[in-house]
Design a protein around this ligand. Structure first.
Ligand SMILES: [Ca+2]
Ligand SMILES: [Ca+2]
Ligand SMILES: [Ca+2]
Length: 284
């Protein structure tokens, strides 16, 4: 507790100069504080009920009991701007004499540190990842993007899980959130799991039956037709190696042939001939 005389020594200015000081209380606001001072009308030292006591307060918390004739016993006292504590979210408060200063912890902002900083600005999550704001941090949800890592920055290799049928494909290509299989001939599907039906396009002609094979088909041709798709009409004269005998001309028919026999020959292939004997008949 300071006495009035001691206060006078410190400030050399008499508070409540225009009125009678009837009492004073001083309490150091911080250890070793001295010098400076605030006018009672300034922030930091207010007169209750707007009854100002002229004079100066130094770095002490001063309570004057001013003998103002019209309002005796009004009290001029200093204010601790940190009481009650205006700072939020654990920020330390500093009384600046004319106000307060909140020293925000990481992740908070605002005069009273009342704002949780949006750590999802300006979009730390890459490749479409969803950001969740945390306390001085953020969390990226990369699900469904094809990427992983703290900021969804790493492309997942979808081929690592060997998605392509190992016996029906020759390569896997890593894509964005996807993969592509290079199928061996005759196979199709996302993972080359399906065998292609090469008969689906009806390649066989002239009513031939089609049998599906691996990367191939086989046509069972009706009589008279041959070739991969039964597209060739059989030419039996040449196919059978000229079957006509005795210099007969061979004519191709559908699925058959005809031998045009020379005189005195007959049969399908003109193989037979008449034995003609020239007989001299002697007339006696
Ligand atoms: Ca935050
Ligand atoms: Ca990928
Ligand atoms: Ca097939």
């Amino acid at each position: 507790m300071e006495t009035l005389d001691r206060l006078k020594q410190l400030t050399s200015i008499v508070p409540c100069a225009s009125s009678e000081i009837v009492g004073v209380e001083c309490q150091a606001s911080s250890p070793g504080a001295s010098g400076g001072g605030l006018m009672c009308s300034d922030s930091g030292a207010l007169c209750e009920n707007s009854m100002q006591a002229s004079g100066q307060c130094d770095n002490y918390r001063v309570r004057y009991l001013c003998g103002i004739p019209a309002a005796r016993n009004q009290v001029c006292k200093s204010i601790n701007f940190c009481d009650p504590d205006p700072c939020e979210n654990g920020a330390p408060c500093t009384d600046t004499g004319g106000g307060f200063l909140c020293s925000c912890r990481d992740g908070f902002s605002g005069h009273r540190c009342q704002h949780d900083i949006n750590d999802c600005e300006p979009g730390p999550c890459k490749n479409g990842g969803n950001c969740t704001d945390l306390l001085n941090n953020f969390l990226c949800d990369c699900s469904g993007t094809g990427f992983d890592g703290p900021t969804c920055e790493r492309d997942i290799n979808e081929c690592d899980s060997d998605p392509c049928n190992i016996t029906r494909s020759r390569a896997c290509q890593n894509l964005t959130n996807d993969f592509s299989c290079d199928c061996l001939p005759g196979y199709t599907g996302k993972a080359c799991e399906e065998e292609v039906n090469e008969c689906a396009s009806a390649p066989c002609l002239h009513g031939a039956v089609c049998n599906d094979r691996q990367a191939d088909f086989h046509c069972v041709c009706p009589n008279g037709w041959s070739g991969k798709t039964c597209e060739i009409e059989d030419k039996l004269c040449s196919d059978l190696g000229e079957p006509c005998d005795n210099a007969a001309q061979c004519l191709d028919l559908f699925n058959s042939y005809y031998c045009r026999c020379l005189p005195n020959t007959y049969g399908t292939n003109c193989s037979d001939s008449l034995d003609v004997c020239l007989v001299d008949i002697l007339y006696v």
